[in-house]
Design a protein around this ligand. Structure first.
Ligand SMILES: [Zn+2]
Ligand SMILES: [Zn+2]
Length: 176
């Protein structure tokens, strides 16, 4: 579940960089390898188109302005997704539940497993953990795992650090 949530974050963020991280079939192959999306064969241009469309849908759920909107969007996505719970152990991951139906395409696999992961976030009333980076020129999304729900940057080493430096410089300017 945690892993599927990280996968949906990775998927949405492929669309947040300077270059589209899902521009070509090779990018999708790389994504499937990186996220260990199991049970899918060779990916095609059609898969690429479907996954890119799904990326838009997940982004809309992730960044929805309120809970009812998020619930409505996610239900629409789940309604057309075939779901078959199945226990699996692979790639060194401990026993876990898969939700995608046998014979699923990459997009169907992601819709099922990432869709269920997001459903749990909404059910547990933890939608405020689904965040977009606060740095002005960054639109990466992330899941705030901090205890006090205080994380505002996608990555403290890059965006957080960059913003600290900018604030420090601004203070220095004010002081002089
Ligand atoms: Zn798995
Ligand atoms: Zn950022």
């Amino acid at each position: 579940m945690v892993y599927s949530l990280a996968t949906v974050v990775d998927l949405i963020n492929t669309g947040a960089g300077e270059r589209d991280g899902l521009a070509e079939v090779g990018d999708l192959e790389e994504f499937v390898r990186r996220r260990e999306v199991s049970g899918v064969g060779a990916v095609t241009r059609r898969d690429l188109g479907e996954v890119r469309a799904l990326r838009e849908e997940f982004q809309a759920v992730f960044t929805a302005p309120d809970q009812p909107t998020a619930v409505g969007l996610l239900n629409t996505l789940l309604q057309r997704t075939r779901i078959t719970p199945h226990l699996a152990e692979h790639d060194g991951h401990p026993l876990h539940v898969h939700y995608f139906a046998p014979g699923s395409s990459v997009a169907e696999h992601l819709a099922a497993d990432c869709g269920v992961a997001l459903a749990h976030v909404l059910v547990e009333n933890e939608r405020d953990r689904l965040r977009t980076c606060a740095a002005p020129d960054c639109s990466h999304v992330f899941v705030d795992e901090s205890r006090n729900r205080s994380r505002v940057y996608c990555d403290s080493r890059t965006c957080g650090n960059r913003m600290h430096v900018a604030a420090y410089r601004a203070r220095r300017r004010d002081a002089s």
